[in-house]
Design a protein around this ligand. Sequence first.
Ligand code: SF4
Length: 345
Amino acid sequence: MKHSNDTLVDIRNLKVYFDIKGGLLKRTVGVVKAVDGVDLEIKHGEILGLVGESGCGKTTVGRALLRLIEPTDGAIYFDGQNLAALSQSEMKPFRRKMQIVFQDPYSSLDPRSKIGDIVGEGLRVHGIKDAQERHQRVLEALQMVGLTEEHMRRFPHEFSGGQRQRIGIARALVLRPSFIVCDEPVSALDVSIQSQVLNLLKDLQKELDLTLLFIAHDMSVVEHLCDRVAVMYLGKIVEVASREELFRNAQHPYTQALMSAIPIANPKVRRERIILQGDPPSPLNPPPGCRFHTRCREAIDLCSQEIPPLLDLGSADNLHLCACHLRQPQPSGVERPTTTAEPAV
Ligand code: SF4
């Protein structure tokens, strides 16, 4: 397996299936294919957004790549090492380098522990025995997220939602990781607080040269934060491109529907809102062919028969991958029409 020098994480054909047990004997009566053959590359120092509706498998990808959930199949290369082939004890040194910020800052902090202990827990687990050193490292992490030494002695209930998420970020930073999975870190917060936390993540990423996988369910959150964006639908990646390319020129019909839901601040500009019909089908029984065909307004007969491969559409500067039978690579020199909002007439 070859990796380019700037690749930190390289996920190959990742599958995560969950057995459904039923009956008195708890036999397997079905299999949920939460993640079904995902390829994804994350470069050193970038913020990659992973976007899709709830239940599409994006959180499962984030957790499987940290081995918090066991992958069913596939490879997860981190700095060239296949994590999927390691035992849990062999994973330990990698756990220092790879951290997670959880979605819900209310339930992810132990209400009976002081903030100093919550943030310092990882240091204890990783064998940093010196109490003075732990204190210093916890203080350093809290200061990075805008909190102070005085906060170390307080309990989670004394903080607002935004502050609790800052504590969650400090807990991830205390081990000085190089890679963090941010699992919908702002979706439980008030809109007024969301941008503060997003700006904090962006500043920390630059300052500490971090690589982030940023999981979100709507496009507007990733618009100002991410360098590249991957779109996921029912266990599969359907489109990947740089943020500029995706927001200027989304190609997959599902991505176009997500884009059309982003509010536009300028009243002179309007965009057709694409309303997706129905809910996503169950990953327990995904549709054959293109998994999006039951809701796609462009679907043709082929779509229900063959799975479209993820192909590079041949954008001039960047890789632009898309899995759709109706979007094929253009011959060189032919410009693809853009999909940005048009001024109202
Ligand atoms: Fe729609 Fe067919 Fe493309 Fe799938 S392959 S997104 S169903 S047009």
